[in-house]
Design a protein around this ligand. Structure first.
Ligand code: 5GP
Ligand code: MN
Length: 313
């Protein structure tokens, strides 16, 4: 069920012990929004703990309180009276779902989130979930410390490609400016997030070598096989930006084979609604940035994806 920000704040006020989570394959917005929410809730007197059912890209480990994030272990239970899910619908939180039966409060900015069977505050015009958490903090009269601001700024910066993508609005920049007033050092965050190991740049080289064009150059794709993933790549975040920029390309994609018959797909677009393509393949996301998982070989994943993109063009 869709609820308002005020109602979301009321649900938080009424709770005492809050379990916070975000999506598997967490990005800057998932980690930034959960870390910020944890600190905000603690500062208004709540007990709050983050669980994320995945490993997190090394660059994000520098964020304040990162070391407090836990990963659920088999059979574990967590005593909570509210499950706060950020930056995704409840289907993408892995085994965190098994930790508690507490009612769900979902806060998200993905158009593909339906809000069916759970309370959802959705703001699809928000560039990042962190932008919404900032508003939530104000609704809760919580102070934005410099640590909280750092986490929120990180999510906004990463989800907007550092204020370059079409989701960047005046509101986004006003929020970023306020966060800088609260103590964020933008250059620190940029420098930490752009760091890559030498091996990973080698991985990028291999990925670029696999570049292929489809549909008269309107679509460009890269492919990373399992061997390359294992040897070189900690995270593929940012790889797709290498080809998203090609003149004439509307849809860019990256398929990375993360395990046997487990291919992750990332898509970026300049026009076509890739969230619809991702949705048709069991995934989701935004109009210009979306993804899905294809449980098949790299070869078949390519065929399936090219066909789906072809239908959308
Ligand atoms: P990325 O390509 O950076 O992994 O994802 C782009 C956007 O699509 C992100 O907002 C991400 O949360 C969303 N997304 C990626 N993969 C999936 C998926 O499998 N399911 C859903 N619902 N959203 C996804
Ligand atoms: Mn996000």
């Amino acid at each position: 069920m869709m609820i308002t920000l005020k109602e979301a704040a009321e649900k938080i006020k009424a709770a005492n012990k809050i379990l916070i989570t975000a999506h598997v394959l967490p990005d800057g917005d998932a980690i930034g929004s959960t870390l910020a929410a944890m600190q905000i809730l603690r500062n208004i007197g709540k007990t709050a703990q983050i669980f994320i059912d995945d490993t997190v890209r090394k660059n994000l480990h520098v964020l304040p309180h990162f070391e407090e994030i836990r990963r659920p272990v088999d059979g574990e239970k967590f005593d909570a009276d509210l499950l706060l899910i950020l930056d995704t619908s409840p289907e993408r939180i892995g085994n965190v779902r098994k930790l508690t039966d507490a009612p769900i409060l979902n806060i998200d900015h993905h158009v593909t989130n339906s809000g069916k069977d759970y309370d959802l505050y959705l703001e699809h015009e928000a560039a990042a979930t962190c932008e919404i958490v900032f508003k939530l903090a104000k609704e809760l009269n919580a102070e934005i410390t410099s640590d909280i601001a750092t986490c929120l700024y990180t999510g906004i910066a990463t989800d907007t490609g550092f204020f370059q993508f079409s989701n960047t609005t005046a509101q986004t920049l006003h929020t970023a400016a306020e966060l800088i007033d609260c103590g964020v050092k933008p250059n620190f965050i940029s420098e930490e997030l752009e760091k890559r190991s030498a091996a990973e740049v080698q991985g990028m080289k291999i990925a670029l070598n696999s570049l292929k064009f489809f549909y008269d150059g309107k679509v460009a794709g890269m492919f990373i096989d399992l061997e390359t993933m294992k040897t070189f790549v900690d995270s593929t975040e940012g790889f797709i930006d290498l080809i998203r920029v090609i003149d004439g390309v509307d849809v860019a994609f990256l398929i990375s084979e993360k395990a046997e018959k487990f291919c992750r797909v990332s898509m970026r677009s300049k026009g076509v609604d890739v969230s619809k393509i991702a949705n048709s393949l069991g995934g989701g996301g935004h109009i210009r940035a979306a993804g899905c998982t294809l449980y098949t070989t790299l070869e078949d994943a390519e065929k399936i994806l090219i066909e789906a993109i072809g239908k959308a063009l």
